[in-house]
Design a protein. Structure first.
Length: 597
């Protein structure tokens, strides 16, 4: 195509290749060649374009000096949403000639979304279920079947704690029949060649409520083929889905550390030779969601973090000059000036991916699973993940280990089956809490009716500890000139304010334990005592109940781990918490493992 005096190749009608929204961009180069004659120069200019189109080069135009001289522009298509897009570029040519011609370049493109809405599922006993398929950005485009292909959705399982402060990934099992009307190899066969995820909603009270999100585990997928007359072979696929926690756990710790450093706030600290970097504890969990690509844009201040605790008497209370705070106020140092007062910043040892100090979290914990466990243990927490349907964002719930939820006053239905056993998990008659990368520890033992610290009263060598775990962060008087210490010290708010006392709730007496004056053992001793008082020194009762619907307290959203109810087995009512939940969507049954609190 040519504007008078200028030839445009390959064409002035530019059609970009259809691509997945969010998966990068495509560039197309157009070449402009002067064909005005042996001596005339041509000045070429261009009008602006709008997103998702943009100029990579040449937007400002150029001069083609003589006949045969050429130059290029590069136009980019970067779709962020699905749709069909068009634009046009006006090309203006000027020089020693009249009239001065203009021309038009037309742009067209389209993009598909990697998120597909599947036909709703009407054949489950619990009600209508809606499903969304999330494909990788690099996957081929799919055409969704027009009919429901789910045969079964069973065994949606969520576990609170199989081990202390060890969050567990939930699972679900689904069975599908493949559909060949849109893809000859089968819709599900084609989709399962990629690392796909599914999100399920249960329609409750006329609204879509979150049921489960999970990623298919290819190594646990089973395909069964049936020969059906003239239809030939029909495949059924049985998939195991691993919940969002599983995605989080497999994320590289080094990537999370990089995100945490970028999110740190630089502040002027008291008694310090210069500024320091600090990040809120809840923002550390925010960073996990971003790093794991579960949420695509960054938030701060706990937007995607729900803190669930007994606000009147939290399990752990941190103090500064008599004012009480809970763990949502905790902040941690990440970077600092060096002690000589230089203007050079240093990354504190835990947050140093280069492992300059030999204590880097990314070296000790390659993936987030162990790092998360250590952080939860440090603050007497467990966690679970949920999903906000309105904002379409994954959320982390940080839950106090006991008394977090208000006791449900109604269970909706009497159980159709029940069994009573003694729980042998999470016994705490001997507890030792250590400082990671240090020799210091605190311990307490029921059997030997004793407690102590590593430097003053070490335990006898024959004690076997039921709980023996390290903590990352301690309550030490902050040394503001030391990058090593400030990455282990805890502070309140972003001011920061030092912590001068900690109290822990005693589940045996219903009162707080206060160790008193702050020293290097305060956090160690407090956490050892907390777990000793929180966990039973004898086996607690475990009541396994099956309910005829998925709901507790009026909604299936209440059927979650750490939920609480009162159970009277004939000798008085006691509070129990849900340690394991299994939802059978096909039969509309709910199995709950209740453990005496």
């Amino acid at each position: 195509m040519a504007v008078a005096y200028v030839n445009i190749t390959p064409t002035n009608t530019v059609a970009f290749t259809r691509r997945c929204a969010g998966n990068g961009y495509q560039d197309i180069v157009l070449t402009f060649t002067n064909q005005s004659g042996p001596t005339a120069s041509v000045v070429v200019s261009f009008s602006d374009v709008s997103a998702p189109f943009s100029y990579v080069s040449g937007a400002g135009g150029f001069t083609l000096a003589a006949n045969g001289d050429s130059n290029t522009i590069t136009i980019r298509f970067t779709p962020t949403v699905a749709g069909t897009f068009s634009d046009s570029i006006t090309v203006n040519c000027s020089g020693g000639f009249t009239p001065q011609p203009t021309g038009t370049i037309t742009l067209s493109a389209s993009a598909w979304s990697p998120i597909y809405t599947l036909p709703q599922i009407n054949n489950m006993a619990c009600g209508v279920i809606k499903a969304t398929l999330i494909m990788p950005l690099t996957a081929d485009e799919l055409t969704v079947p027009t009919k429901n292909t789910f045969l079964d959705i069973t065994s949606i399982t969520e576990t609170g704690q199989e081990q202390l402060s060890q969050a567990s990934a939930g699972t679900a099992k689904i069975t599908v029949v493949d559909d060949y009307t849109t893809h000859t190899e089968g819709f599900w066969w084609k989709a399962s060649q990629y690392a796909l995820s599914l999100r399920f909603y249960l329609v409750e009270g006329g609204a879509d409520t979150f049921l489960f999100y999970g990623s298919i585990q290819p190594q646990q997928t089973t395909w069964t083929e049936h020969y059906v007359g003239t239809l030939g072979y029909v495949r059924e696929g049985e998939f195991i889905l691993l919940s969002a926690e599983g995605v989080l756990f497999s994320t590289a710790t080094s990537a999370w550390v990089t995100e945490a450093l970028a999110r740190s706030t630089i502040l002027s600290w008291p008694s310090a030779p210069g500024n320091r970097g600090v990040i809120a504890l809840i923002d550390l969990f925010e960073c996990m969601l971003t790093t794991a690509a579960l949420n695509v844009w960054v938030t701060t201040g706990g937007y995607d973090i729900d803190v669930i605790l007994d606000t009147s008497t939290p399990d752990l209370v941190y103090y500064n000059t008599g004012t009480a705070y809970d763990f949502s106020s905790i902040h941690i140092g990440t970077s600092s000036y060096n002690s000589s007062g230089s203007s050079t910043y240093y990354i504190n040892d835990y947050w140093d991916n280069a492992n300059t100090h030999g204590h880097a979290l990314a070296i000790k914990h390659a993936t987030l699973q162990d790092a998360i466990s250590s952080i939860l243990f440090n603050f007497g927490l467990t966690m679970r993940m949920s999903y906000d349907v309105a904002t379409e964002r994954h959320k982390i719930q940080l839950i106090q280990l006991g008394r977090a939820h208000a006791t449900l006053t109604t269970q909706d239905n009497n159980p159709i089956d029940s069994s009573i056993v003694f729980s042998t998990n999470l016994i705490g008659d001997a507890v030792r809490v250590q400082q990671e990368d240090a020799a210091a520890y605190a311990w307490v033992s029921k059997k030997y009716n004793s407690a102590g610290l590593s430097d003053a009263n070490p335990p006898p060598g024959y004690i076997s500890f039921d709980i023996d775990k390290p903590i990352l962060f301690n309550l030490v008087v902050p040394d503001y000139t030391s990058e090593y210490t400030s990455s282990r010290s805890l502070f309140l708010n972003a001011t920061p304010i030092a912590i001068d006392d900690i109290k822990v709730w005693r589940y045996d007496t219903g009162a707080y334990y206060d160790r008193g004056a702050l020293d290097a053992y305060s956090m160690l001793d407090a956490m050892a005592k907390y777990y000793y008082y929180r966990l039973p020194q004898v086996n607690k009762l475990q009541v396994n109940r099956t309910y005829p619907t998925l709901t507790l307290g009026g909604s299936h959203l209440n059927s979650v781990v750490m939920q609480r109810i009162a159970i009277d087995l004939g000798s008085g009512s006691s509070n129990y918490y849900a340690n394991k939940i299994t939802k059978n969507v096909l039969t509309n049954n709910l199995l709950v493992e209740w453990i005496q609190e």
